[in-house]
Design a binder for this molecule. Structure first.
Ligand code: UD1
Ligand code: UDP
Length: 361
């Protein structure tokens, strides 16, 4: 196939979404290039995903690292401008809603690089989240908009994006989940965390609104301690909130276990065996939907409402947490319908559409 496709990856959720797309394009014989911006860089936040998901080694790592919103985005822009100038692709693919996504899109658009956005059109309508700004702007810059959930089509139409650019393809994060389902080992996860036969809850927390302020962190810790009075709570903790949550006393409860971020396979194994999950993650709302594990999301809104209407997800406040977790554990797994096209074939759909689009370009 003529022309290289460049994938821009930067943060943990990008890796999980990109793996099936890169694999499907490789099957069709495309030349591909993987650029890692370096937004996430710890071994547990980056390298382990490349190994476990069979992602190709990045051709280049921009080494952007951490910084303020503007600095991090700007460094991605500068790095991607150099990258696109040196190695102009036939198409660049960006993923999700992180600063690497918008930084790469801005750099590419100004150089005339055609862009595709995987996970286009999701909206929380909450402009206090940097991700919402990243999503809306990225979608304005991309020629191909790959949608994971039907309501996103309407959001893109209302923002003036042409219908011909929008493709509802299903969810590549769910492709990754279904491809690895046979190796998620809940019994091994139980045993490695010493859980015996007890019911347990998994919690993941990293949103600024929950973990950045000492006061909010204090309220969150109290709520988690209430849960831990009844159940074991295992927290593979994102590095962002660790210091604040620990300073707020997170570890001062015998049934709270804080561990380093887990590799994808270990994380999903632990989630699969959980009675409930407490989270503020985007991806975890989707994965628990597919696994039918009750999910309590500590946010006032979600860009993934389908996980509430066709999934096990519920939005809750910190005050509601303990009662909601106990009820969810008693109610048991979600048994309703699942979102349309979350069937494990999003990657091949995206690859076919890209093939046709490149032929016509
Ligand atoms: C970013 C995304 C968020 C996504 C999350 C996934 C933006 C604006 N936010 O948030 O949408 O849900 O990734 O995990 O792009 N850190 C480390 N090691 C690392 C990476 C980060 O210690 O490998 C720490 C640093 O202290 C850093 C902080 O985490 O300052 C925040 O990292 P950053 O990438 O800026 O944002 P996230 O909170 O990870
Ligand atoms: N994840 C993981 N180990 C962990 C926590 C998360 O492998 O300890 C995976 C999981 O598949 C999740 C994805 O990383 O969906 C992205 O997680 P994160 O919550 O960081 O990002 P978000 O989806 O909120 O942008």
């Amino acid at each position: 196939m003529g022309g290289t496709i460049t994938h821009v990856l930067g943060a943990r959720p990008n890796f999980v979404k990109a793996a099936p797309v890169i694999r499907a394009l490789a099957t069709l014989g495309f030349a591909q290039r993987v650029v890692h911006t370096g937004q996430h860089y710890d071994e547990r936040m980056s390298e382990i995903f490349f190994v476990q998901l069979g992602l190709p080694r990045p051709d280049v790592n921009l080494g952007v690292g951490s910084g303020t919103q503007a600095r991090q985005t700007a460094e991605v822009m500068v790095g991607m401008e150099e990258e696109f100038t040196r190695t102009p692709p036939a198409l660049a693919v960006v993923y999700g809603d992180v600063n690497s996504t918008i930084g790469a899109s801005l750099a590419g658009a100004k150089l005339g690089v055609p862009l595709a956005h995987v996970e286009a059109g999701l909206r929380s309508f909450d402009d206090t989240m940097p991700e919402e700004i990243n999503r809306r702007l990225t979608d304005q810059l991309c020629s191909l908009l790959f949608v994971t959930s039907p309501e996103a089509v309407g959001h893109l139409a209302r923002e003036g994006r042409p219908a011909g650019a929008v493709y509802f393809v299903g969810n590549p994060m769910i492709d990754t989940l279904l491809a690895n389902l046979p190796v998620f080992d809940a019994a091994a996860a139980r045993s490695s965390h010493g859980l015996g036969d007890r019911r347990y809850v998994v919690a993941t927390l990293h949103r600024p609104a929950n973990v950045d302020s000492p006061d909010r962190a204090q309220e969150l810790v109290s709520a988690l301690h209430e849960v831990a009075a009844e159940l074991d709570v295992i927290i593979p903790l994102h590095p962002r909130g660790r210091a604040t949550l620990e300073a707020a006393g997170l570890l001062d409860a015998p049934r709270v276990r804080v561990i380093d971020p887990l590799g994808y396979l270990e994380f999903m194994s632990l989630v699969r065996g959980a009675s409930a999950v407490v989270t503020d993650s985007g991806g975890v709302q989707e994965e628990t939907t597919l696994l039918r594990v009750p999910c309590l999301t500590l946010r006032p809104n979600t860009e993934r409402p389908i996980t509430v209407t066709s999934g096990s997800n519920r939005l809750i406040t910190r005050d509601e947490l303990a009662a909601a977790v106990l009820k969810a554990c008693d109610d048991g797994p979600y048994t309703g319908e699942l979102p349309p096209l979350w069937d494990g074939h999003a990657g091949p759909r995206i690859a076919r559409i890209i093939t046709t689009w490149l032929k016509a370009a």
